[in-house]
Design a protein around this ligand. Structure first.
Ligand code: ADP
Ligand code: MG
Length: 721
């Protein structure tokens, strides 16, 4: 059977499959609230099952972010084992987030032989607290040589254990950090936890200065909106480029893309909502509070948004959401694409990181609040964020860099690579007044007598929207919109926490100094805030961030425009970056160096895999099809116009052969040694060679007999379901 028949037959089966829209699942229930967190060893389960003393001690451990006391580990493990077995678990695993960008797990069976041909289920306290995976196969960026490859995992009790189901059983999953024996972070969670600690310390200092006596803890909250594409698995299987790289390396522009804007918030297709229902059910069992689902802008694109949670829990849940998106999509005959740019010419996918600061008594520090005092405190925190983005926009950009996100950022669609802050009309007005003199009134409001007399009242949730801004204030939180759909949200959150911690530290220092000098509190707050706004005003921008005008203006304002990952890689471990990390104990120098090495390597490998996949598809699928088509034309072309067509085809085929050679040769010349050189080479030599090849292949797609075309087209991928 020739390839054409396979593609066409597949399309027919996708269109006529009666089962494709009717996958049902066992756990169906309308009462999601009653099953919420059932598969999570939550506080409620702990309270119900643990002896009171042990429960109190565990809660204390969680509250104080300490490691679990080995004295209680045995009791906790025993109760956890019973609970897990009741839920059908046969194995346990320490689940961690190595720097591959995904999660890692190695399962161990509970079964322990006890002699006499018998065995019992066992799970010890030490197995709960600590694991020792062979770390040698995870990226370490030189943090440890293979001969001393040992790393260990340790339970992070602030993230509860849970049960992960598969078709034929269940596993008890214990969220852990992953560090080397010398204590260096080999994962994404450890730096996140450290950044949270730094942020908490300095936020508490500020709260104390504002007279807050009731809050004991401050933590960043994160609500990460996840965009993704769903395409039919049977069609995906015919696209090796999609399977290998997560994106289509070829594909001519379809007659219809997103021009009509008819997909956004459109009615969700039957088959997709069937998938979403099962996905949400599984997420709810895990205690992941999914809230929103809708069609996105591009055809076949969707979004899921959970309710915000404490940053480390939110980032764990984010990883689980991505994992379950993939596995449950498969059950429904879909292939889920989390890549930032699976299709050229239509929108890519992001993961908006909604970020705020919350106290343990439930105060959102980025909510303007109802009283003048709250307003002043809000302005202080919001200004600290503004300052952080201005001073460290480059790090923020670095924290979302990567080969796949480069296709979004700066590509006139997603927010640009220039980091600016959108505040919304009213707040921007307040900030401009603070920068240029006295701010005593919010827009359209007459000045009123307030406790912090020199600062204006601000109404709540007043922010309007600007979808082109990478960093927007949205009423009671900031929305960092440059994060990529496939990224671990822990990475961008770590940078955000770090740079805001630095800002709060600095501004608290300024405030203390002024107070120490005998200044009135209100005056001192006003001065610190105005000084900071004046110094960092340049980062505020409310216009169209996609425009060329903004690029020019941003340059005049001195804002960095780090267009590609190659621009970002050096920033990971500059002296200044390392100084900042070390001051707030987020990364050591060797950890920063290791990240530089790892992210460079991932970038280089990603592009080389893409190039190899492009060679394979264009060389062994497209070229033969084009030559076959030529065969049919050669005998048939009799008129001038027909011969012109043949000439056009000949030219494209020759171009294709030449471009295949160029790409192959450029791949063979990848510089060895210094990683940055190789990364630059990938960016400026290999990617352009791939792009040229793509243009030729896409040209051929528009010319070659559809019967002979081997790859499902954009129309077929995006509109068949
Ligand atoms: P919109 O839909 O207008 O963008 P939503 O209020 O629905 O805004 O929030 C979008 C995302 O922001 C959700 O994931 C939500 O949980 C999250 N979010 C809301 N409040 C906060 C907060 N205080 N901290 C972090 N994330 C938040
Ligand atoms: Mg949003």
């Amino acid at each position: 059977m020739s390839s054409i028949n396979v593609r066409r037959k597949t399309l027919v089966s996708v269109a006529s499959d009666p089962n494709s829209s009717a996958v049902t699942f066992a756990g169906k229930t309308a009462d999601l609230a009653s099953v919420f967190g059932n598969h999570c060893f939550s506080e409620a389960v702990q309270r119900q099952r643990l002896p009171e003393k042990i429960f109190d001690s565990l809660q204390e451990t969680i509250r104080s972010s300490k490691q679990l006391d080995s004295g209680i580990a045995e009791s906790v493990a025993k109760v956890m084992l019973d609970w897990a077995i009741e839920h059908g678990a046969t194995h346990f695993t320490h689940w961690f987030q190595p720097m591959t960008g995904s999660t890692a797990e190695k399962h161990d069976c509970f079964i322990m032989p006890v002699g006499g041909g018998k065995s019992i289920a066992r799970f010890s306290g030490s197995e709960l607290i600590r694991g020792e995976p062979d770390a040698s196969s995870f990226p370490s960026g030189g943090l440890r040589a293979t001969f001393e490859a040992r790393g260990y995992t340790a339970w992070d009790p602030s993230s509860p254990a849970f049960i992960l189901r598969h078709k034929n059983g269940s596993t008890l999953v214990i969220p852990t950090i992953f560090v080397s024996w010398t204590g260096e972070a080999l994962d994404m969670r450890t730096p996140l936890l450290r950044s949270m600690a730094a942020l908490e310390k300095h936020a508490l200092k500020v709260l104390k200065l504002f007279g807050n006596k009731k809050s004991n803890r401050v933590f960043p909250t994160v609500g990460a909106e996840q965009e993704y594409f769903l395409i039919d698995r049977r069609l995906a299987a015919l696209r090796p480029d999609l399977l290998v790289t997560g994106r289509t390396l070829f594909g001519a522009k379809p007659p219809k893309g997103q021009e009509l804007e008819d997909n956004y918030f459109g009615s969700i297709p039957e088959r997709v909502i069937g998938f979403m229902t099962e996905l949400e059910y599984e997420l709810v069992l895990l205690g992941i509070p999914v809230r929103t689902r809708h069609n996105e802008v591009a055809p076949a694109q969707f979004e899921l948004a959970p309710l915000f949670e404490s940053a480390n829990l939110a980032s764990d849940h984010q990883m689980l959401i991505m994992q379950l998106l993939r596995t449950i999509a498969t059950r429904h005959g879909f292939h889920c694409l989390l890549h930032e740019k699976p299709f050229a010419g239509i929108n890519g996918s992001g993961k908006h990181n909604n970020w705020s600061l919350m106290t343990d008594d439930g105060e959102n520090l980025l909510d303007p609040g109802d009283t003048p005092h709250e307003n002043a405190q809000f302005l202080f925190f919001a200004t600290a964020v503004l300052r952080a983005v201005h001073l460290h926009g480059d790090l923020l950009r670095m924290g979302v860099s990567g080969a796949s996100n480069d296709h979004r950022l700066g590509a006139n669609e997603a927010p640009p690579a220039i980091m600016s802050v959108f505040l919304g009309g009213e707040l921007e007005d307040v900030f401009q007044q603070l920068a240029h003199g006295t701010a005593t009134s919010a827009k359209k409001l007459s000045p009123i007598e307030i406790g912090v007399s020199t600062l204006p009242p601000i109404s709540r949730h007043s922010a309007d929207r600007n979808r082109t801004s990478p960093f927007a204030f949205t009423g009671n939180k900031f929305e960092f919109r440059a994060v990529g759909s496939s990224q671990n949200v822990a990475r961008s959150t770590t940078i955000l926490d770090l740079i805001v911690a630095e800002s709060l530290d600095y501004m608290a220092g300024q405030l203390e100094q002024k107070l120490g000098g005998g200044k009135d509190f209100n005056v001192a707050v006003h001065e610190v805030v105005s000084d900071a706004v004046r110094a960092h005003n340049a980062v505020i921008y409310s216009g169209n961030c996609y425009s060329d005008d903004w690029k020019n203006q941003a340059q005049r304002r001195g804002l960095p425009n780090l267009v590609t990952t190659v621009d970002c890689l050096p920033l990971i471990n500059t002296d200044d970056s390392i100084k900042l990390y070390e001051k707030y104990n987020v990364f050591s120098k060797s950890e920063a160096d290791s990240r530089h090495e790892i992210y460079s390597e991932i970038y280089i490998k990603t592009i080389n895999i893409e190039a190899a996949s492009a060679l394979e598809v264009a060389g062994t699928m497209i070229l033969p099809s084009a030559l076959n088509y030529k065969k049919t034309l050669v005998g048939a072309a009799t008129t001038v116009l027909q011969k012109e067509l043949l000439g056009e085809l000949d030219k494209l085929i020759d171009d294709l052969i030449k471009q295949l050679r160029v790409l192959k040769e450029s791949m063979s010349k990848l510089p060895e040694g210094e990683a940055l050189k190789a990364a630059e080479y990938c960016c400026f030599k290999i990617l352009p060679a791939m792009q040229l090849l793509r243009e030729t292949v896409d040209g051929l797609e528009e010319l070659v007999d559809d019967e002979l075309w081997p790859l499902p087209t954009y129309t077929e991928l995006l509109f068949s379901r």
